[in-house]
Design a protein around this ligand. Structure first.
Ligand SMILES: *Cc1c(COP(=O)(O)O)cnc(C)c1O
Length: 462
């Protein structure tokens, strides 16, 4: 679509009438937004005619890349045929039925059932109510506590933000709600001290057991976690972490909710990251890559055992007007067809992961980059004034990260910062030469940020 107005005008109207998520409104009005007008493959176009490489696949979601006409066609056809109907009160429709079958085929283990929502946040709201309802139905109404981790991200509704471990989110709106307990995250770089990554991974996993014993197994409903923390800074846990967590989960009578909103649908080289880490979830949160962001949809994949209990416990008094929205469901189905039939997930695991890992790791040769890790096509690097001691910058966390993100932006690369970590999660259809371009722009931007940090007197250890 052609821009209807000058960039300046659009920015002014945007600042006047549009409140943006996770944004400082005053700063937005001062700096002005970049207005994205179209996109194709891994590239975005803005209203000034710049072409940006989208290293974040939108918000981790555009797995198959932009501009796939098949999805537009399916959406248009579904809108004409049946634009909307609900799945409450003994009704269903074809896209919902087909998508649930397809998800049951793709999901690992016995996750053969799905409850649909409009987003990942809503799915985690569902999960909170689902697991508490499950235990109540089994005659254990005291099992209500859900254990989560600090710096986890599970979404932004009241329940999802409570489940998440973002203190800046808890601060607004009197969160968390009742019955959520947080343990520490497996971020070795920032919190591992003198331990080896292996020792640290075990120690952090064992906090789960300590917390279960502290609050009482008879009061714990579930543990929720992202296989790889995304918004927390793409924190890839030490190898010792997940096996130990799974051992603890096996030992106690609690459910495991794996939040695969980012990791799911090929991001880590398998359809789901729980397959990479050999985890056995009872409930799995899905969204983002499910439709490649072309239409809003999320869901909870549910095991045979949990579904059986819920189905036999009368009405589940819960649901969304747009649960299994037919247009979103049809779009998701087409997206899954493309991911599968074009071998996109296989290509990530067979060739792209190792190519990307090698290139990404080369960024750690830069004097300001402490470590550069990746799993499949999700990656982070840590900016540091001292690689040896893993020091943090003396400036407020995120100061250097923001400088680096701004350098990336002006070099036409979308790379996000979380504190002083830089993260990417490109579309899964990225080519080798586009990876080269991403790395080239990243290096240039980090280097410019490095010069700026030095010249602004920010090259100091905390
Ligand atoms: C984005 C995200 C969510 C929330 O999904 P929304 O669709 O934004 O509501 C939940 N969990 C994880 C791990 C996410 O990255």
């Amino acid at each position: 679509m052609k821009s209807i107005d000058s960039t300046e005008n659009l920015q002014r109207i945007d600042a006047a009438h549009h409140i943006h998520p996770f944004t400082d409104g005053k700063q937005l009005a001062e700096i002005g937004t970049r207005i994205i007008t179209s996109a194709d493959g891994v590239f975005l176009k803005d209203s000034e005619g710049n072409t940006l490489l989208d290293g974040m696949a939108g918000l981790w979601c555009v797995a198959i890349g932009y501009g796939r006409k098949e999805l537009a066609d399916v959406a248009a056809q579904q809108m004409l045929e049946l634009p909307y109907y609900n799945t409450f009160f003994q009704t269903s429709h074809v896209p919902a039925i087909q998508l649930s079958k397809r998800l049951a085929e793709l999901a690992p283990g016995d996750l053969n059932h799905v409850f649909f929502s409009g987003s990942g946040s809503e799915a985690n709201d569902t999960n909170l109510r689902l697991v508490r309802h499950y235990w109540a139905a089994k005659g254990k109404p005291n099992k209500q506590i859900i254990i989560s981790r600090w710096n986890a991200y599970h979404g932004s509704t009241v329940a999802a933000a409570s489940l998440g471990g973002m203190k800046s989110m808890h601060k607004q709106g009197a969160l968390p709600i009742f019955g959520i307990e947080h343990i520490n995250q497996p971020d070795w770089w920032s919190e591992g001290g003198d331990m080896t990554p292996e020792e640290f991974g075990l120690a952090r996993a064992r906090e789960l057991e300590a917390k279960i014993l502290e609050v009482g197994e008879e009061n714990v409903a579930a543990f929720i976690a992202e296989p790889i923390q995304g918004a927390g800074g793409v924190i890839i846990p030490p190898d010792s972490y997940w096996p130990e967590v799974q051992r603890i989960l096996n030992k106690y009578e609690i459910l495991f909710i794996a939040d695969e909103v980012i990791c799911g649908f090929g991001r880590t080289g398998e359809w789901f990251a729980t397959q990479v880490y050999n985890l056995k979830p009872d409930v799995m949160t899905i969204a983002k890559g499910l439709s490649s962001g072309y239409a809003p949809i999320g869901g909870s994949l549910i095991s045979d055992e949990v579904a059986e209990v819920i189905k036999n416990a009368g009405d589940f008094n819960h649901g969304y007007t747009y649960s299994a929205h037919p247009v979103s469901a049809a779009v998701a189905l087409e997206n899954l067809r493309i991911l599968d039939e074009e071998g996109i997930v296989d290509r990530v695991s067979d060739t792209l992961s190792s190519y990307f890992a090698k290139k990404w790791a080369s960024l750690s040769e830069h004097p300001m980059v402490g470590s550069a890790n990746s799993k499949g096509l999700v990656a982070s690097l840590v900016l540091t004034p001292n690689k040896e001691s893993r020091a943090k910058f003396a400036s407020e966390a995120g100061t250097v990260g923001l400088i680096c993100r701004e350098r990336c932006f002006s070099n036409n690369l979308v790379m996000r910062h979380v504190g002083d970590r830089m993260i990417v999660s490109p579309p899964l259809i990225i080519t080798e030469s586009e990876i080269d371009l991403l790395i080239e722009r990243a290096w240039k931007s980090i280097d410019e940020a490095y010069e700026q940090v030095k010249s602004q007197g920010l090259w100091n250890e905390a």
